[in-house]
Structure formats: C-alpha cells, structure tokens
Design a protein around this ligand. Structure first.
Ligand code: PHE
Length: 341
C-alpha cells in the first residue's frame, strides 16, 4: 500500500495540465467520490492494526499534498485563461509596446561631437586602450623623467613601465600620423585611465574625444574657428568661447578653452562659480617635435589638436552634478535620456 501511496504522490507532483478542464478532470479522478484516494481509504480499513498508524499518516500527507497542488494548478489555469481572454479574444485592443532601450548619455554626447566634426571633414580613428610609452608619452614630446608625466597618474600593466593604460586618446593621433600622410583630419573618441581617487568630479576611468588637423598652412585662427563652431553646435547658437594660455608638452602654443556658461548665460552662477565661463578642453598647435617623431615634415606641414573629457561636456550639457552617475548604470538615471537622440 505504501507503494501505491508513493506512486500517487509522484503523479500529483508531476501532473502538468494544459487547461482548467484538465485540472478538474484530474481532481475528480484523484479526490472525487469514486476517486483513487477514496479507493485507498477503503483499502486502509482492512490493513493490519499495527500498520494503521504509519499508513494513516502517509494517507493524510497524500491528501493534503493533492489538495494543495490541485488548488494551485486551478488558480494558475484560471489566471492564464483570463490573460488569453483579455488579449486574444479582442483583436482591436492596442498591442503592448516593447520597452525601448536608451542610449547612455556618454554615447549621446560622443555621437553628437563626432557628427559635428564629421561635417568639417573629420573621420573617426580608434586605438588600443593598452598602449606603450612611445605612443602615449615619448612621441608626444614628453621627455623621460619629465614631471608632465606625473600630471597623468598613469596605471602601468604589471611591472613593465613600457606597457600602460592610455591616459589620453592623443595616442590615437600618434598612431594616425605614423600611418597616414597629410592632410589628416581625425576625431579620436575613447576610454582613458588615470590613477585618481573617485569622487563627484573625478574617476579613474573616463572618456575623451580628441581632434587633430594636419595640413599645409594650418593656423591658430583655424583652430579657434573650428572650436567656436563646435561650441555653438553643442551648447547653442549664443555660445561664446575664450582661450587662456596653457601648457601641454605636445602643443605650442597651448590653450585652455572656456565656453560661456549655458546655465546663467554668462551672468555668473554656482556651476560656473560666478565667472560666467566653463572650462571645456585643452588645445594648441601641434609641436613640430611631435610631427617629426611621427615622420611628418614640420617645415611643410602644421596642425592643431584639441582634447576634451566627454563626461565633462555631458555634465555641462545635461546639468549632471555627480560624475559617478555615469558609471553606476542606475536605470532611473539612464531613463532620463530616453527622448534624446
Ligand atoms: N591630451 C590632453 C589631455 O589629456 C588634451 C589635449 C589634447 C590638449 C590635444 C591639447 C591638445 O589632457
């Protein structure tokens, strides 16, 4: 009799109905007046008294297991039926829209910047994130042991100081100049790495986009006009720019570029710290040493370069106050960019 009880227990557990009618049929077969459970109860009456206690417990267990399972299956079948009645029986009901994904704000801004420069004839160039010293520093006129290398808080791969994570995407410009002949017009987006403490305004991983134009007779005026065009496209028609002298080993002269604060219109607010200006990028005329390192005749050609952090541009454009939001991928943050292009 134990075998019969166990067999029935197994069948109850394994039963998988397709419709509510299947469940009902199964219920009658097992729990109905003339069902299998009652047949077992009948048989129970005539077992030896010393077995009654044990078998009685088994039968009770079987009964409650069967009741529980059948009730659960019945509910499931009813819910499924209600569902299909709602969707299938009324073909005029509007469909359920598939949830749309959103582009990450960093991608949105990168795409926009690439697109703006594409209109000026720039093409996208990419390069490896793991680089060697030459492409990141030496070819860019960083002398060995020069303190400017410290400005960039480099991550080295293992103990080999020649293998490192690029600290800026200028390495892509070096790769381009060694592989192509002028005229060169490239825009270089990519992820860069610096050993910095993570805070609301700094991260050890961020994104840059740099540009390079090398040709005969390229001047600082060309640089300024190109960046003004960029600023107006990204920050709006009324945007103005100003340039302040600066220093980079790979450009001479070098400048820091500010754009008029788009939040207060230049009057001064807490984002621009009352100055009316926001710093957005570094730029300058490519140092002749850099052109020569890359095999370009610096007597014949000149060029300009510029570079900016995509996170920074996105923060200013969208009013995001904490850089870490870009890396946490909290969908409540990301969903806010749903309607952006
Ligand atoms: N590579 C510089 C940086 O990462 C930015 C830059 C690019 C400055 C090109 C001038 C010209 O800080």
């Amino acid at each position: 009799m134990t075998d019969k009880i166990n067999d029935l227990l197994r069948r109850v557990a394994e039963f998988s109905p397709r419709t509510a009618a299947d469940v009902e049929e199964f219920r009658i077969r097992i729990l109905g007046k003339k069902g299998e459970l009652n047949a077992l109860m009948e048989e129970f009456k005539s077992v030896a008294p010393e077995l009654k206690r044990e078998l009685g417990q088994q039968l009770n267990k079987l009964k409650s297991a069967a009741l529980e399972r059948i009730n659960a299956l019945r509910e499931e079948a009813q819910a499924a039926a209600a569902d299909s009645a709602a969707t299938l029986d009324d073909p005029t009901r509007p469909g359920t829209a598939a949830a749309l994904g959103t582009r990450h704000p960093i991608s949105l801004v990168r795409n926009q910047i690439v697109e703006v420069f594409a209109r000026l004839g720039y093409t996208v160039a990419e390069g490896p994130e793991i680089e060697d010293d030459w492409h990141v520093f030496s070819a860019l006129n960083f002398p060995p042991e020069h303190p400017a290398r410290d400005m960039q808080d480099t991550f080295f791969i293992e103990k080999n100081p020649d293998v490192l994570l690029r600290t800026h995407t200028s390495s892509i410009q070096v790769r381009t100049m060694t592989q192509q002949k002028p005229p060169i017009r490239v825009i270089c987006p990519g992820r860069v790495f610096r050993n910095e403490a993570i805070s609301y305004r700094a991260h050890c991983i961020f994104h840059q986009i740099e540009g390079l134009y090398v040709d005969e007779g390229v001047t600082f005026a060309d640089l300024k006009q190109s960046l003004l065009y960029f600023a107006r496209e990204v920050f709006g028609e009324t945007a103005r720019i100003r340039m302040r002298p600066s220093y980079f080993p790979f450009t001479e002269p070098s400048a820091e570029v500010d754009v008029s604060c788009n939040l207060c219109g230049g009057k001064g607010c807490n984002v621009c710290k009352g100055t009316g200006w926001l710093e957005i990028m570094g730029c300058g005329m490519v140092d002749p040493n850099v052109l020569e390192s890359c095999g370009i005749d610096s007597k014949k050609y000149s060029g300009f370069a510029f570079g900016m952090g995509i996170e920074r541009i996105a923060m200013l454009k969208y009013g995001v106050k904490d850089l870490r939001l870009y890396f946490e991928n909290d969908v409540r943050f990301l969903r806010q960019f749903e309607s952006a292009l």
